[in-house]
Design a binder for this molecule. Structure first.
Ligand SMILES: Nc1ncnc2c1ncn2[C@@H]1O[C@H](COP(=O)(O)OP(=O)(O)OP(=O)(O)O)[C@@H](O)[C@H]1O
Ligand SMILES: [Mg+2]
Length: 509
């Protein structure tokens, strides 16, 4: 555990040593962050594990470990789900049979958990408790030392920019985390950290679906104005006729329908930040006024003759090449130069493929929470297909394809059972599968009489589509049972009160 090793190396060495000392197939070191356990290093586990975060209330075994005083060996026949079922390398279809773990404490404060899993039942029966206690003490000290050393390393590197990534705030936890550990993503994070701290406008560029909006939110979170609002404007949705009033506000009576004074987005964002999304689509007539607002910090509401001073930090994003738009005469050169003070270019997914397993794990986790399925596993053939994909729609396309595939895979198992996503499910989720997976596609088993729509209906989110489908099924079951809830519940294989609540939520009750 010498200080010259990086934090990752130190944790990895520890895990490797534990793995050698115990008769286990997988060992994982997890750090406690709030109510979640985050994998820091592992041996023998699928790479997508590192894109996942384990909330204590959802994982009873981890929760027990966190509250226990010492090491715990779970009985082989324990019915509690194992957080790593299906995530053990080389055995995606096999469940864990033996599992032990230790809470890691430094001076009574819980800092993380160390777990070891084996596929053979009873593998840990002969392990000495005292030996485990010693291991736990070592691991806790190492985790704490690692954290301290890496904080110091970071401090030294960016004088004063303290490791914010360790202090993820609520907003970050609810989504909006930038996942990825490739050199490209590390560089992106570094740029975000540096640029966020200034008051300069930032122009975020990159292809569609690469995560520009996520980057802007991260910029705002890291900025000196993070405790104020980030006001959002989609420039592509601003028709020329209302753009001026929308951005700068209007006075009562300044045009038909203007019955009240109304502040524009700039006034709302005064003292805070404004996110001009899709700036490349901004109507030409409004561009000189925006330039003035940026240059002088002054805005004039429609129908007013007095200018107001505003103090707004600007973030803008576009998937267009703005320089080209300037050359074509669609975008004013002076406005372009005002916006392009700091530029952050978000890489295309094909340029950081190494992050695909992490992203897949992250999206599988959020799909599980959204859809309420059992644990979601990605079979090796699915992992491989994902890593090879072309992804012209970038991370958003990856997210959509996975969500659709998870839906198909979930339809094949009982509710709450583990969902295994295979290449065949992905093939039906991919709008335009690469030729090499065609054979997988034709072999894809059709889940019963379930009819597969080719794509998510236009203009609908996955959630809306699933709810529409649920609504149809519930309505049909009710109709078939002559409007009786008990009969419908039987047909749907659920409890009457659950059906009733669900129907209410779907607007049927
Ligand atoms: N690195 C990442 N980690 C986790 N999720 C990501 C990442 N990058 C993108 N996403 C997710 O992908 C989706 C698309 O991201 P976002 O909306 O930020 O892209 P965009 O570049 O603004 O796209 P567009 O050009 O179409 O507006 C979002 O659901 C976002 O959460
Ligand atoms: Mg966007």
């Amino acid at each position: 555990m010498t200080a010259s090793l990086s934090a990752e190396d130190r944790s990895q060495r520890l895990v490797d040593a534990v793995q050698r000392a115990l008769p286990s197939d997988a060992t994982v070191l997890l750090r406690l962050e709030g109510r979640e356990l985050v994998p820091v290093a592992g041996h023998g586990v699928s790479p997508d594990l590192f894109g996942r975060r384990f909330a204590r209330p959802l994982h009873p075994r981890l929760d027990i470990l966190c509250s226990s005083d010492g090491p715990v060996v779970f009985p082989s026949d324990s019915s509690l789900p194992d957080p790593y079922d299906g995530l053990i390398e080389g055995a995606p279809d096999l469940d864990v049979h033996s599992c032990l773990g230790c809470p890691l404490r430094v001076e009574d404060e819980l800092v993380g958990v160390l777990t070891s899993d084996a596929l053979t039942p009873g593998a840990f029966d002969d392990v000495e408790m005292r030996f485990l206690e010693a291991l736990a003490a070592l691991a806790a000290a190492a985790l704490r030392t690692s954290d301290l050393i890496s904080a110091l390393e970071r401090q030294a590197r960016h004088a004063g920019l303290v490791s914010r990534d360790l202090m993820r705030n609520d907003l970050a936890r609810r989504g909006g985390l930038l996942i990825g550990q490739s050199p490209k993503m590390a560089r992106l994070r570094h740029e975000i950290e540096l640029v966020a701290a200034s008051e300069f406008p930032v122009l975020v560029t990159g292809e569609t679906g690469v995560g520009k909006e996520l980057v802007v939110r991260a910029l705002h979170r890291g900025s000196p104005r993070s405790d104020r609002a980030l006001v959002y404007v989609n420039c592509a949705a601003l028709p020329e006729s209302i753009a001026e009033s929308e951005l700068f506000g209007h006075r009562r009576g300044s045009f038909t329908g203007a019955e009240e004074d109304r502040p524009g987005k700039f006034a709302v964002a005064d003292g805070a930040s404004l996110f001009l999304d899709e700036i490349g689509e901004l109507p030409p007539s409004i561009q000189p006024k925006l330039l003035r607002a940026l240059q002088e910090g002054e805005i004039t509401p429609v129908g007013s003759d007095t200018a107001l001073h505003v103090d707004v930090r600007i973030f803008a994003a576009t998937n267009r090449d703005l320089r080209e738009e300037v050359e074509k005469g669609h975008f004013r050169a002076d406005l372009y130069h005002r916006l392009d003070v700091c530029r952050i270019q978000v890489p295309a997914l094909r340029d950081h493929r190494g992050d695909i397993p992490l992203l897949a794990g992250h999206f599988a986790d959020s799909a599980r929470q959204r859809l309420g399925t059992g644990p979601i596993r990605l079979a090796p053939d699915a992992q491989e297909l994902l890593t090879r994909g072309a992804w012209p729609g970038n991370v958003r396309e990856l997210e959509n394809v996975l969500s659709r595939s998870i839906l198909w895979a979930a339809a094949e198992v009982e509710r709450g059972e583990p969902v295994i996503v295979r290449a065949s499910h992905l093939a039906s989720g991919l709008a335009d599968p690469p030729a090499t997976i065609e054979s997988g596609r034709s072999r894809a088993a059709s889940p019963g009489s379930w009819k597969r729509p080719a794509l998510l209906p236009e203009g609908m989110t996955l959630r809306e589509a699933v709810q529409a489908y649920q609504r149809d099924l519930v309505a049909a079951a009710l109709e078939a049972s002559g409007g009786r809830w008990a009969g419908a519940a039987r047909k749907l294989g659920m409890h009457r009160s659950n059906l009733y609540h669900m129907a209410k939520r779907l607007g049927l009750g």
